[in-house]
Design a protein around this ligand. Structure first.
Ligand SMILES: Nc1ncnc2c1ncn2[C@@H]1O[C@H](COP(=O)(O)OP(=O)(O)O)[C@@H](O)[C@H]1O
Ligand SMILES: [Mg+2]
Length: 389
């Protein structure tokens, strides 16, 4: 065939335009903010842009040369995506809209993504798939934190109203109690009573004094309503919690061992919130031991350590391995309805975390559980306020 010069020119310019528009399309895909990934029917990667590289941890070259689309999804994930693509139910046949799936990063870490995908057909045959996706980790994390905060808020509100109630009752009891102590004291001093009567009166005085201490602790416990971070003595917080608990029936057959390091410097914390932490853990321990066993509470600080270490150990049955990963989850409980809400430890976890600390549970030999808490010590710049006790 003879091709005229003018035709040659037209062809060249057509080719040029085609090259141009191809380059433009390629550029468009590569610079997309979403990850873009296309694969042929065998799973070989055909397109992999920078955003996809950033999300997946593979370089573009690695992906184009060695990666198979099946390796991007954990287990049967790739088949699952294909199944959905071929079905009608997820945005039409050959399409998948805003589907949340997991992909595996190069380092083996799974990450949630939101995926829009399509099958590319040529003459009615599947020739490739293309997916547009973005990383959902951050969004999901914020969502989880929000849910967590909502639960904590609810609980905090409940605790606050319980605290008010307790404070109200404590106030009501305080006055008559003052009367009992005053008049029992007067009788002892002013009357020449027989020995057994004197002893009875002393007993009344002692018990009334004990009530007074409890009321005082209760008032102190419920005092703070706003959360305030101040330097506080961790031993005192523990002693206060134990004081409130040890006379409860549940604790009558529990041997309480205190190993408190007297030289521990103050930690930075909110005393009311930390009271809740110790209260929840110690109550759980007593419940696990069903009121029988030994509770050991220890505090210490390692040499040159900027953290206070608190350990609360019981001799209960321990936590079964399949339960262990869930104990800090909100609403996770193994207790009967009415006995447990499953909120306690999730609250504890949130509080410890907001104090910049850590908490973990470990089973003990031969039996029992230890909770280890670490809290940052108060730094000199925190100590403008009074020492909280
Ligand atoms: N000291 C412990 N010994 C054994 N199991 C424990 C202990 N502390 C917590 N658990 C387990 O963790 C679960 C969650 O505790 P928590 O969040 O306080 O909720 P709740 O006490 O309402 O069940 C408990 O139901 C229990 O199974
Ligand atoms: Mg509990």
């Amino acid at each position: 065939m003879i091709i005229l010069d003018s035709q040659k020119d037209a062809l060249a310019s057509l080719e040029e335009r085609l090259r141009h528009s191809n380059a433009f399309l390629k550029n468009l895909i590569l610079s997309s903010v979403d990850g873009v990934m296309a694969a042929d029917r065998k799973g070989k990667i055909l397109i992999f842009n920078d955003a996809a590289a950033e999300i997946s941890g593979y370089t573009v070259d690695e992906a184009l040369q060695n990666l198979n689309i099946r390796d991007v999804y954990p287990e049967d994930g790739a088949y699952e995506v294909m199944r959905k693509l071929r079905s009608d139910a997820f945005g039409g046949r050959g399409k998948l809209q805003s589907c949340q799936v997991e992909v595996m990063r190069k380092d083996g870490q799974p990450i949630p993504i939101s995926l829009n995908a399509a099958i590319v057909y040529e003459n009615g045959n599947e020739v490739a798939t293309v997916g547009f996706f973005h990383d959902l980790s951050q969004t999901l994390k914020i969502q989880r934190e929000l849910e967590q905060t909502q639960i904590q808020l609810l609980q905090a509100e409940k605790m606050a109203s319980l605290g008010k109630l307790a404070a109200g009752v404590a106030h009501q009891i305080n006055n008559p109690l003052g009367g009992i102590i005053l008049f029992a004291g007067l009788m002892l001093e002013e009357y020449d009573l027989e020995k057994p009567a004197q002893e009875d009166l002393r007993r009344i005085l002692r018990d009334a004094e004990r009530c007074k201490d409890t009321v005082k602790e209760l008032l102190e416990f419920a005092r703070q309503t706003r959360h305030e971070m101040r330097p506080l003595d961790i031993n005192e917080a523990i002693v206060r919690t134990l004081f409130l608990l040890e006379n409860q029936t549940l604790f009558q057959n529990i041997d309480i061992v205190r190993r408190l390091d007297e030289d521990i410097p103050p930690v930075k914390g909110d005393s009311q919130q930390l009271n809740h932490v110790f209260m929840n853990i110690i109550l759980n321990a007593a419940q696990a031991m069903q009121g029988n066993g030994r509770l050991t509470v220890s505090t210490k600080r390692g040499p040159n350590d900027k953290r206070a270490h608190i350990a609360i150990a019981d001799t209960g049955p321990g936590i079964p391995p399949d339960i262990m990963p869930h104990i800090f989850e909100p609403f996770f409980t193994t207790k009967e309805e009415g006995e447990g809400t499953g909120i306690g430890l999730s609250l504890v976890y949130g509080i410890v975390e907001s104090h910049g600390g850590t908490i973990r549970a470990v089973n003990r030999e031969p039996t029992g559980t230890s909770f280890f808490i670490e809290l940052p010590l108060s730094q000199p710049e925190d100590e403008e306020g009074d020492l909280e006790s």
